[in-house]
Unconditional design. Structure first.
Length: 316
């Protein structure tokens, strides 16, 4: 119990939602401001934050059951939101006097099924969920073998995985279903799993803050995890980790007072899927600030509409 008599477990759940809320707001900002220092600041950490957070929540689970559950629970909403946006595109683009991105049927089924870098425009975020899912499945296999992420035997896997992540990124940007980024996502899951075992000391703020400033201030090359562009080897991804860890710490401190941010965090998956479409279709007609508000608000409303209907079994 904390000093207010509230269970600490509740605050732990709240801070996770707050962190997700901060993360998804950063993602939307990065897609509204598509160039410039604000975009670069968001890209310096926003996608690694979600992988780290997932790693922090990971526990060894039976491999077969976990794998089946991940595929069912993640790919069903993936397919549902993708189909929804494909239908929306066929309606909206002709109304604007333009042709849909996907208009050559059945030939366009191939890039749609490939996903990842084959999905442009309102679909560009769809790489993330399959990438996270596959990384989590692989990470769970390793966790079952070595439940302690500080076990020295992890080095036998992590060092080749690190090399593989950078070599793949230098070799190609083609990424079916976001699989190109799985090696780096796996490493971030491991860092996330290790972090709760590290006792927090306030003196950590200075080195973590110094690294975060390098990314937020645009000193270092930024990240684009979708195409496995990790900036400067180790340093740019280290900046992303440092920024994310500070956000986690901040989220834990403000969780009792950040209800609206936590509420956004609970809708983060729907916002992830839908916000790019809002930005894509409304950019010619809206200023950046209004566009940001709508890109958060409309998917947030959609989340609450879906959750009270039978559609929640498909989309959530």
């Amino acid at each position: 119990m904390d000093k207010r008599g509230q269970p600490q477990a509740q605050y732990r759940l709240d801070w996770v939602d707050v962190a997700r809320g901060i993360g998804i707001i950063a993602v939307v900002i990065g897609h509204v401001w598509t160039r410039g220092p604000l975009r670069d600041a968001m890209y310096s950490f926003h996608m690694p934050l979600f992988f780290l957070l997932s790693g922090m929540l990971s526990r060894p689970q039976p491999v077969g059951a976990f794998t089946r559950r991940q595929i069912a629970s993640q790919m069903r909403p993936y397919a549902a939101f993708l189909a929804l946006l494909l239908i929306v595109e066929q309606i909206i683009e002709p109304l604007k006097g333009q042709r849909p991105i996907f208009r050559h049927w059945p030939d366009d089924l191939a890039p749609i099924l490939l996903g990842g870098t084959w999905l442009p425009g309102p679909y560009i975020i769809f790489w993330f969920v399959p990438c996270l899912m596959i990384a989590r499945i692989l990470f769970n296999v390793a966790l079952n073998r070595w439940p302690d992420p500080l076990d020295r035997r992890w080095a036998l896997l992590l060092l080749p995985m690190l090399l593989f992540a950078y070599v793949l990124g230098w070799w190609t940007h083609a990424s079916p279903l976001g699989l190109l980024s799985v090696p780096m996502a796996f490493l971030l899951l491991w860092v996330g799993a290790v972090w709760p075992r590290v006792p927090w000391h306030n003196r950590m703020i200075l080195p973590l803050g110094a690294l975060a400033v390098l990314g937020l201030g645009g000193v270092l090359p930024t990240l684009n995890m979708k195409v496995a562009d990790y900036g400067w080897p180790l340093l740019s991804i280290g900046v992303a980790v440092a920024t994310s860890l500070l956000i986690f710490r901040l989220s834990a401190l403000i969780a009792p007072y950040a209800g609206p941010v936590a509420t956004i965090g609970r809708a983060s998956l729907v916002i992830m899927y839908l916000h790019v479409a809002v930005v894509h279709y409304l950019t010619p007609y809206m200023g950046k600030a209004v566009l940001l508000a709508l890109a958060l608000l409309l998917p947030f409303v959609a989340f609450h509409m879906i959750r009270v209907t039978p559609l929640r079994r498909i989309f959530l």
